[in-house]
Design a protein around this ligand. Structure first.
Ligand code: CO
Ligand code: CO
Length: 303
C-alpha cells in the first residue's frame, strides 16, 4: 500500500466540481462486529451525502486494544469495506493504531458540483421539513449497552443505522432541496439548531409526525438514554420552545444523540411532490415532520 491514496480528477468537464471531505469514527454501537463496521462506514459516508455529494474515496481509521480478537477485527473491517463498496467509493488506504477501546471509521472524500451543494444555510421561511430515518437510536444503543435490548430490535436498529443516505441524497438533489443535514451525534434538535442558525430561520416540528424507532419511547420513559440528551439540553435547550402537551420522554429523545441517522431536508413546498416521488421511487422511508418560519424568539419549536 502507498503512503496515501491519489485520485485523478478528469480534466475536461470537471469545471465547477468540488471535493467534499469529512472524517468520523466511534467506539462500537452494536455487539455484532460486521454490523459495527458497516454502521461506522455508513455514518462516515453520510456527511458527503448530506452535502448533496457522491463519495469518491475513503481512508480507514481504526484503533484496537491489545489482545483484541483478530476474528472480530477482520469482521469489523469487512463490514466497513463492504459498505464503502456499496457506496461506490474506492478504499484508498487506512491506518490502524492501538487504542484503549475499539474505534473505527473513515475519512471520506466525495465530489459535488458547485450547483448541487446543499448546506445548512439555505433553509427559507415557507419550506417544509422531511426526515428520512426514524429517531431513537440514543435509547436503543443505551439499552444495548445495558444488555436489555431484544435481538430483533438490535437487528432492526443495526439495519437502519447501516443504511446509506445515498438514495435520500439523490432524491433531495433531484427535487431541489434548500438545505439539509444528517442527524447524528447532536440529535434532531442539535442538528436542526445548526440549520436554523445558519439560515436565520426557526424550525417548527410537529412532534406527532416524527417517526420513532419501535420501543425507543418506552425505553426513554424508563430513563434509558445516551449521555447525549443531557449534553444537548445544556448546549441548545435555551433556543428550544417545547409545547406543554409534548411528552417529556419524546422530547428527551429529540435532544438525545442519534447514530448514523437520516437526512433532515428543508425543501420549498412547491417541490414537495417531486421529493416524495423521488424518495418513493428509491424506496426511502420519509416523513413530513415540520416547517420553516421566519426567525422567532426560539430557533426550534417542538409542537
Ligand atoms: Co461527524
Ligand atoms: Co453531518
Amino acid at each position: 500500500m502507498d503512503d496515501a491514496g491519489v485520485v485523478r480528477l478528469g480534466s475536461a468537464g470537471a469545471e465547477g466540481m468540488c471535493l467534499v471531505q469529512t472524517v468520523d469514527y466511534f467506539p462500537p454501537v452494536v455487539d455484532d462486529p460486521y454490523l459495527y463496521g458497516a454502521v461506522a462506514a455508513a455514518n462516515s459516508l453520510s456527511d458527503v451525502y448530506a452535502m448533496g455529494g457522491q463519495p469518491l474515496s475513503a481512508l480507514n481509521l481504526a484503533g484496537f486494544p491489545p489482545g483484541f480478537s483478530d476474528e472480530w477485527m477482520m469482521e469489523i473491517f469487512r463490514g466497513g469495506f463492504d459498505k464503502v463498496r456499496e457506496a461506490g467509493a474506492v478504499l484508498a488506504g487506512g491506518h490502524t493504531v492501538r487504542s484503549q477501546e475499539p474505534q473505527f471509521g473513515f475519512s471520506v472524500t466525495g465530489l459535488v458540483h458547485e450547483n448541487d451543494v446543499i448546506d445548512n444555510e439555505g433553509a427559507k421561511a415557507g419550506d417544509v421539513l422531511y426526515l428520512t430515518k426514524p429517531l431513537g437510536m440514543g435509547p436503543i444503543t443505551a439499552a444495548n449497552r445495558k444488555g436489555v435490548l431484544s435481538a430483533e430490535d438490535l437487528a432492526l436498529a443495526g439495519k437502519v443505522m447501516a443504511t446509506l443516505n445515498r438514495d435520500a441524497a439523490k432524491a433531495m438533489v433531484a427535487a431541489g432541496a434548500h438545505a439539509a443535514t444528517d442527524i447524528t451525534g447532536f440529535g434532531l434538535v442539535g442538528h436542526s439548531f445548526n440549520i436554523a442558525k445558519a439560515s436565520d430561520v426557526t424550525l417548527r416540528f410537529d412532534t406527532q409526525a416524527l417517526p420513532l424507532f419501535p420501543g425507543a419511547l418506552e425505553l426513554a420513559k424508563q430513563g434509558v438514554l445516551s449521555g447525549g440528551c443531557a449534553r444537548g439540553r445544556d448546549a441548545v435547550g435555551e433556543h428550544v420552545a417545547t409545547a406543554s402537551d409534548v411528552n417529556a420522554s419524546l422530547a428527551d429523545i429529540l435532544f438525545d444523540a442519534e447514530t448514523s441517522g437520516g437526512l433532515l431536508i428543508s425543501i420549498p413546498e412547491s417541490a414537495e411532490a417531486r421529493l416524495q416521488d423521488e424518495l418513493a421511487k428509491l424506496d426511502v422511508m420519509v416523513e413530513r415532520v415540520g416547517h420553516v418560519t421566519p426567525a422567532g424568539s426560539h430557533r426550534i419549536h417542538l409542537d
